[in-house]
Ligand binder design. Structure first.
Ligand SMILES: Nc1nc2c(ncn2[C@@H]2O[C@H](COP(=O)(O)OP(=O)(O)OP(=O)(O)O)[C@@H](O)[C@H]2O)c(=O)[nH]1
Length: 213
């Protein structure tokens, strides 16, 4: 049985930040990447689930994004997380800068991902750590420095953003993630584009049904 992707929402997305806009040049290589969004409850994961279509270094990348609500993650058997990790090429680990517990769980999660993925290949796993809710400075429990150091020690990208406040933050995250995904991983998906899109779209419909319950 194929994997059912419990996306919450999906939308096409046009970057509006000048640094990230498509610049005229040779036609971009069309590629796809599967991204798993992980993190504790209420850290703002669902702000990252729009289907992003970015052009980075001449590669036009369509991101298929899988975000699991925390409530669902706890309701499932342990093997489901492993399935999601196998499905993904790349990972966004979100914590809230106002919630230290959401930060503290990240090292274990990242080690779990690395053990699962790096056993299969010598390539580095593309992972970006995101400190969300940057606008809530007065409630900050995790300093920027701690986030940056964790990312450095685990060889991950790092961004602090306010995902709910500005698109720009989420866009920077996906741009940073794209830069960490090697061509070899993306190229594997060439030719399976239509199947991938159908999978993503049916997932959106499935999710809508769940939401309306
Ligand atoms: N102030 C502020 N609030 C945010 C930000 N991002 C998300 N939120 C709020 O945080 C709350 C939780 O966000 P969600 O996106 O539902 O969090 P989640 O991680 O998907 O939570 P689960 O469904 O429990 O897994 C919502 O009320 C959001 O509006 C942000 O950047 N700043």
């Amino acid at each position: 049985m194929g994997l059912r992707l419990p996306l919450r929402r999906s939308a096409s997305f046009t970057p509006d930040h000048p640094a990230l806009m498509e610049v005229p040049g040779p036609p971009a290589l069309k590629m796809e990447a599967n991204v798993l969004i992980m993190g504790a409850g209420s850290v703002g994961k669902s702000e990252f689930i729009y289907s992003h279509n970015l052009t980075v270094d001449g590669r036009e990348i369509l991101f298929h994004i899988w975000d699991v609500p925390n409530s669902q993650e706890h309701a499932e058997e342990g093997s489901s997380e492993e399935k999601r990790i196998q499905w993904a090429d790349s990972f966004v680990l979100v914590y809230s800068i106002c919630d230290r517990a959401s930060f503290n769980i990240l090292p274990l999660k990242i080690q779990f991902i690395k053990a699962a993925k790096e056993g299969q290949s010598q390539e580095k796993v593309p992972i970006v750590i995101v400190g969300n809710k940057r606008d809530l400075q007065h409630q900050r429990e995790v300093s920027s420095e701690e986030g940056r150091l964790l990312a450095l020690s685990l060889d991950c990208g790092f961004y602090e953003v306010s995902a709910a406040e500005a698109y720009h933050g989420a866009l920077m995250v996906f741009h940073g993630l794209a830069e960490r995904i090697p061509d070899t991983k993306l190229a594997l998906k060439k030719g399976t584009g239509i199947r991938g899109i159908v999978k993503t779209m049916s997932a959106v419909f499935a999710r809508k049904r769940t939401d309306s319950l």
